[in-house]
Design a protein around this ligand. Structure first.
Ligand SMILES: *[C@@H]1O[C@H](CO)[C@@H](O)[C@H](O)[C@H]1NC(C)=O
Ligand SMILES: *[C@@H]1O[C@H](CO)[C@@H](O)[C@H](O)[C@H]1NC(C)=O
Ligand SMILES: *[C@@H]1O[C@H](CO)[C@@H](O)[C@H](O)[C@H]1NC(C)=O
Length: 681
């Protein structure tokens, strides 16, 4: 059994343990495993229903997670934490320490489904076998080395181990028992990310041998098939040996335990398969190796010799096939002095970033109609959260290189760099549409397009890859569907109580006995909105704010009117896919895919009356009426509160404005052009 190898790697217990002694017939361990299995079934954090829902720790109201603070008193500090550059105190019996950065330390993480840890290990230090009932973990070794392992659930109970060095990355699938051990002679330090705002930890030895009150030693002796004296000794010592015991017990025989859940431990991506599914099909589990959960090289800076002076090194499902279906990934980002990660969004993920070296000015902009800019200067050890789908950036204002480790709440978060997607799509978005969207002469926009994107780049990348790109787009569409849904309702309906002062993710429910048909009803979608403003379009939204019965139901509707030459300017919905039907007139529509080696592909189509078109979640899209008559369309969105981020407004019109230094660098034009654009909003 693979476990034996592990036992040799770690100092063997003074009382040699006979493998034969650990045949298991244990209700106790079944309980632990059942707890594990059921947490697997109810695994994911709720999807957020607004840009953010910062935890209000002072509220007495108990909900799933925390109730929300009043958004008007939310500050950048709510998304931030300092001190992850400082080692925790490892002076405990295991010689390790976990420093948490979850919703308890960063209230802005509430409803966002991600968190971070710093873990320190002295030489021979052990993070003993434990599970996170609500999260997958992805760990990067920053200094030192680490022997890591996890055990699959019954009936196989296979142990996967790997020796990691500086820069290596490893994945621990959700709910599985895992451990880390520093076999070296120097301290080890790792940064981990977990796919829950509050992942929870169940330390097996504590749960089994250190419960309060203790599980009777008779039961434990029977469970582990050892004599009571050894159990008493274990309970007294709480020593490293107990983890070996627990692991051996786990790994030996659990044949009689039946897992009630059909969920698998992992689904390692089979990149060779021709079958296309949401994400990737699974490799045969019997050929899965520890290497499938691992990646090396995150200690090496990426090449920052590009015009922005930054580089993102990815550790997502494309590099680590074991991440498939696990909903998390990691990045290393390097910035030269004055280096900029230009404004971008991740259509499928929240991001949490820790500065390892140097300093970083970070910011994000909320969706319409506020477009508030939150910025903060980060130093080494500081942590910051960028809520899902919102436009954000990072800038190194210092004179030394900066290096940060980020985690994202998707196996394939996608990135949409605003400047690339808007001004550099392939083929380009027509300058008539852009000039209207940015309320600026075509001249300065051509400047933006030219400055950022020399024709040679696009000729080089204009490959006959239409089919492949379409598949990528469809995959993106499919996977965003999987990750997109609003929280499932837990009752027939939960009609929003707009009078309640309690703020939760979405709205609290009205007393069902006073719910009326009117709560599910709205009228007036036969009336055109006023298209008299400068863009010549008007969106009439019918979301949870209009039909309170939509609360928790994950869908909403819009009517959009377009005057002749009217434009619904480039925008994204951070929390929804949109499907649009043309009722009258015609419409030129388009969306731009997220960043890829083939650039940002633009898909456009001319629609006429009765045509239907889909805009995948989080992707930048627009609609333009090229005709001489009014156009009317009805759309549906896969969220009760999809949010809208109009690119021009969010980027050039945020309050306060994003500095023109940053925008000039992002769009590769001079500050005068940026000031001109900002003056329009
Ligand atoms: C971890 O480190 C912190 C800060 O040094 C300390 O307060 C805490 O007690 C330590 N935890 C353990 C389990 O040793
Ligand atoms: C980032 O760095 C890698 C490795 O050094 C390099 O191959 C890649 O081209 C760089 N990307 C950019 C956008 O500069
Ligand atoms: C959309 O139309 C409504 C109703 O005619 C009007 O009140 C609103 O101001 C219009 N919005 C815009 C952005 O023009």
């Amino acid at each position: 059994m693979t476990c034996i190898k592990l036992c040799h790697c770690i100092t063997a217990p003074s009382n040699p343990i006979h493998p034969r002694g650990y045949r298991m017939a244990t209700e106790m361990f079944l309980l632990v495993l059942l707890a594990m299995a059921s947490s697997l079934a109810m695994a994911s954090d709720p999807s957020q229903l607004q840009d953010f829902c910062v935890a209000d720790k002072d509220s007495k109201v108990l909900v799933n997670g925390f109730v929300c603070k009043d958004p008007m008193v939310v500050k950048a500090d709510d998304f931030s934490l300092s001190g992850l550059d400082m080692p925790g105190d490892t002076g405990n019996k295991f010689g390790f320490n976990v420093t948490q950065a979850n919703v308890n330390q960063i209230p802005g993480l509430n409803t966002l489904g991600i968190s971070m840890v710093r873990i320190d290990y002295v030489p021979k230090g052990l993070n003993p076998p434990h599970t996170h009932p609500r999260a997958t973990e992805i760990l990067t070794v920053i200094e030192g080395q680490l022997l890591v392992g996890f055990v699959t659930s019954n009936t196989d109970n296979r142990l996967f181990t790997k020796m990691l060095k500086k820069g290596d990355v490893f994945v621990f699938p959700q709910g599985l028992i895992h451990f880390q051990f520093n076999p070296g002679y120097t301290n080890t330090f790792a940064i981990g990310a977990l796919s829950s705002q509050n992942p929870g930890t169940i330390t097996i030895a504590d749960a089994v041998f250190g419960s309060n009150p203790p599980i009777s030693d008779e039961i434990l002796a029977k469970a582990f098939q050892v004599d009571k004296k050894l159990i008493d000794w274990l309970q007294a010592e709480m020593a490293t040996e107990m983890f070996l015991l627990a692991l051996l017990a786990m790994a030996s025989s659990l044949a009689m335990a039946s897992d009630p859940s059909q969920l698998q431990d992992f689904c390692v991506a089979d990149k060779d398969s021709k079958v296309l599914v949401n994400g990737f099909v699974c490799k045969d589990p019997m050929v899965v190796k520890a290497d499938d959960f691992s990646l090396s090289g995150l200690d090496m800076p990426g090449d920052t010799g590009n015009k922005f002076g930054f580089n993102v090194t990815q550790a997502n499902v494309n590099q680590i096939p074991g991440l498939n279906t696990l909903g998390i990934s990691m990045v290393r980002i390097d910035y030269v002095p004055k280096g900029l990660n230009p404004p971008h969004t991740h259509p499928r993920a929240t991001e949490i970033l820790t500065v390892i070296e140097g300093q970083l000015l970070v910011g994000f902009v909320t969706s319409n109609t506020d477009n508030r800019l939150f910025t903060k200067m980060l130093n080494k050890g500081d942590v910051f959260v960028f809520p899902q789908g919102l436009i954000h950036f990072q800038f190194n204002p210092g004179y030394t290189n900066t290096f940060a480790i980020g985690a994202l709440s998707s196996q394939n978060p996608g990135t949409i760099t605003i400047a690339d997607a808007v001004f550099g799509s392939n083929p380009p978005i027509s300058d008539e549409i852009l000039a209207k969207a940015f309320q600026e002469g075509k001249q300065s926009l051509r400047l933006c397009q030219k400055a950022s994107y020399p024709a040679s780049r696009w000729q080089a990348t204009r490959l006959p890859m239409a089919a492949k790109i379409l598949l990528i787009a469809l995959l993106a569409l499919a996977s965003s569907h999987a990750l997109a849904s609003d929280p499932s309702p837990l009752q027939d309906f939960c009609v929003a109580d707009m009078d309640s002062k309690v703020r939760v993710n979405g709205f609290v429910c009205k007393d069902p006995t006073v719910v009326k048909a009117e709560d599910f009803f709205s009228t007036g979608l036969d009336k055109a909105g006023d298209t008299g403003k400068k863009l010549g379009s008007n969106v009439t939204a019918v979301n949870v704010n209009k039909i309170v019965g939509l609360n928790t139901l994950g869908i909403s509707m819009v009517r959009i009117d377009y005057a002749p030459k009217g434009l619904n300017a480039p925008h994204t919905h951070p929390r929804a896919t949109e499907i649009l039907t043309v009722i009258e007139g015609q419409l030129f529509v388009g969306f731009v895919t997220s960043n890829s080696d083939n650039g940002n592909r633009l898909f456009t189509k001319m629609l006429k009356k009765g045509d239907v078109f889909v805009f995948p979640q989080g992707l930048i899209h627009f609609q333009f009426n090229p005709g001489y008559t009014n156009t009317v369309a009805i759309g549906a969105l896969s969220s009760q509160n999809p949010g809208t981020i109009t690119i021009a407004d969010a980027v050039f019109g945020s309050k306060p404005p994003i500095s023109d230094d940053i925008l000039a660098k992002a769009f590769q034009v001079d500050k005068k052009t940026i000031d001109l654009l900002q003056a329009q909003f």
